[in-house]
Each structure stands twice: as C-alpha cells, then as structure tokens.
Design a protein around this ligand. Structure first.
Ligand code: GLY
Length: 395
C-alpha cells in the first residue's frame, strides 16, 4: 500500500522529522519483527511501547512447536505454525547476522511423554492426530526415550519424538529483534497508545497483544499462564537436552532446557487476567515436572511469574486489515504461539504494508473480518469466514 510513496523511492531520510511510514503499536516479538522487516525494506518505522519486551514474551518459554502444539480442531492454525517454523532457521540466521548475538536457538527436538498408562493414552491420541496431519512424530519405547534422555524418570510409560520442534530464548530474541530493527532505522517511541487516532503514520500495525482489544474492538482476551524458572546446580547446563512435554498423573507440563543452566517449567492455562502466582499452581507444575525428570528437584527455583497470552475465540492469530479503519493492520492474538509465529507474521504483514503482490492466501483464515458481526468489529459471536469488507485492497 506504500508502493510509489516516499519509502518506496529508496531515498528515505531517517533522521527527518517526517511522520513515519509505519507505526507499530507494541514492542513485543511480533511488533519488533514487523518493524525489522519493514525497516530493512527502507520504510521509516516507529515502534510505540512504554515498556518494550515486558509482556507475554518475557514469560514465554520460547518453544517452536508446530507439531507438539497441533491440537484437535485447529488444522488451519497448525498449517500456519508449520509454515512459520519452517522459516525459523533462516530467520534466526539472518537475525544472528544482523546483531551478532546468540538468541538461544536450539534444534535438539521435543520429546512428548506420558508418565502413567492413562497419561500415555492421552499423549498417544494427540500424536496419532498429529501423524494423521502428516506431521513428523516418531513413537519411542521407554528404553528408547531413556537412551535419548537418561534423566527421564524410569517409570515413564512411553512417548514420541517431534524432531522438528525446536526452541529459542524469548528474553534474548526480543532485544535482538529490537536491535536489528533499530540498526535498520526503526525508532522506539516509549509512550503508551490509548487510541489509534494518537498515531500518525501512513500505516499503523497493531501488535499490542492483549491491549489490541481496547484499541480495535477485536476479541482478544487475556489467558493467564504461570511459569517457573529453575537453575541447574553448580552453574552447569541442565541434565537433559530436548524440550520435554508430557502428562504426569493427568497434569500437563513442559520443561525447556537452556545452555545457560536455566530450565523453564510451564504452564497453567487460566481464563483470568491477574498476574498473581499461586502456591497451588507452583506445586502442580513442580510435581509434574519432577515426576518426569526427578533430578530437577535438586535445581534452584529462581523465578515464578505469570503472563497473559493474547487469546482469541478460535485460538488463532488475527492478521490483516482492520475493517472500517483504512491504513490499520492487525498482527495480534497469537495466544500460545507468538514466538513461533513471529517470522511468518512479520513477512505477511510487511507484504501488506508494502503492497507487494496480492495478499498471500496464507492470510485468508486469519483475517480480522472473521470477527465482524452485524454490529461491527468484535460483534461476531464466533468466527465468521464468509464476511468480507471494503478494506480488501491493500495495494
Ligand atoms: N506455548 C506455550 C504456552 O502457551 O504455554
């Protein structure tokens, strides 16, 4: 949509006081990734956030898990997750080159395990569905699991490997994205945006996580997650390399090991919007984690924290033009998948901003207008895939 404008001429004066071409509202992984991609295409970009990187991404474990997080009834979302995960190796390499720092991108894969026979039945049902979708899942017997990860509890009944489910450290990723965007010319405006009319730019991209609802009327709601951080003793690395996900006596848990010795243990999924950490949640997460990996009982508990995932009615992100608001794009509602979806979101939104070609068909299931009902944005009680709006053209 900016084709032919000042930004497209390649003669942008980044130091000028001109209004930016693109204002990104929200300095999380999505906002900075969009800013980086737009800035490297020569656009003047401002990112508005009073506390960049302090939202859900600061709590997130950073699993890049299109396979283990392929849930029943979310086929289209799984397609987008898979597409974005496929872009991660290139994205990580490009980012590493741009900033010269390690973002904790690791590719050992993920083990999905069940502690008891009931837990295994539940895990197996999900991985059978994932295999039906053609996703790479390799079932493993208990002895094969322990060959890969000797620290796993001997009584684990079985599991499977999702070799293509990787991880990155969000606390390294977001600062790296910010640095890359700033090096490409983007600038931070460290102030809150309460109304879209406060922002002056040719295009506004709303990437404000849970704050997106107040700005746009779209149905983005907070979904609380409590997460723990442990540290392996004596400054060494954790005694396991894979991401471990599983059920232990019906409790779902994941453990994400970092080279630094940190282990992230998560997470609750609660329809609440407070940030309190409860003793009961810590107890349940630790019990399930220790049931799967007994040695972590010896680790230090260094942090307990809650974050708010930006959930949507169909658990899928909202990507594209905001109906009734020319020049406004939405890149929000990433719920449990903000880190893995950063590359594809940034590419798709940047293409819309620059008006390169026609909108990518990948966007179709995720457009904001699926939530347009008879009374306008946000009034659809369930996703409505039939409605279209006058804002279709972004060229
Ligand atoms: N994707 C991990 C979580 O939402 O807890």
């Amino acid at each position: 949509m900016l084709a032919g404008g000042p930004a497209a001429t390649g003669s942008v004066d980044r130091g000028s006081s001109l209004a930016p071409d693109v204002a990104v509202v929200g300095g999380g992984p999505i906002g900075w990734a969009v800013a980086w991609r737009c800035a490297t295409r020569g656009l003047r970009v401002a990112v508005h956030d009073p506390a960049p990187g302090s939202g859900a991404s600061h709590v997130a474990a950073g699993m890049l898990a299109p396979v283990a997080e392929a849930y029943f009834g979310e086929r289209e979302l799984t397609g987008l997750l898979t597409e974005s995960a496929g872009r991660w190796p290139g994205f990580a390499a490009e980012l590493g080159e741009a900033v010269g720092s390690d973002i904790g991108y690791r590719t050992e894969g993920t083990l999905m395990v069940g502690l008891t026979a009931d837990d295994l039945a539940q895990t197996r049902r999900l991985w059978a569905y994932q295999q039906e979708l053609g996703l790479p899942v390799t079932p493993l017997r208990p002895s094969q699991l322990r060959e890969r990860e000797p620290a796993l509890a001997p009584r684990i009944r079985g599991g499977a490997l999702a070799a293509t489910d990787h991880q990155v450290d969000p606390r390294r990723l977001v600062p790296a994205l910010r640095l890359a965007a700033e090096r490409a010319g983007a600038r931070l405006v460290a102030e809150p945006v309460r109304r879209l009319s406060e922002v002056t730019a040719a295009v506004t991209v709303v990437a404000a996580g849970c704050g997106t609802a107040a700005l746009t009327g779209l149905p983005v709601r907070p979904v609380k997650g409590q997460v723990l951080r442990l540290r392996a003793p004596d400054g060494g690395p954790p005694g396991f390399r894979h991401v471990i996900r599983g059920y232990a006596d019906g409790e779902q848990v994941y453990l994400v090991p970092r080279d630094s010795g940190e282990v992230v243990v998560g997470a609750t999924v609660e329809e609440r919007s407070d940030l309190e950490v409860s003793a009961g949640a810590v107890l349940r997460l630790l019990r399930a984690a220790v049931d799967l990996l007994p040695e972590i009982a010896e680790y230090d508990l260094v942090e307990t924290r809650a974050g708010l995932r930006p959930g949507t009615p169909d658990n899928a992100p909202i990507l594209g033009p905001l109906p009734g608001h020319p020049g406004v794009l939405v890149a929000a509602g990433h719920h449990r998948h903000g880190i893995v979806l950063a590359p594809v979101t940034a590419d798709l939104i940047t293409d819309l901003v620059t008006g390169v070609g026609s909108p990518d068909p990948l966007l179709a299931p995720f457009r904001p207008d699926r939530f347009v009902g008879p009374a306008g944005v946000g009034s659809a009680t369930r996703p409505n895939f039939r409605l279209s709006t006058e804002d279709d053209s972004w060229n």
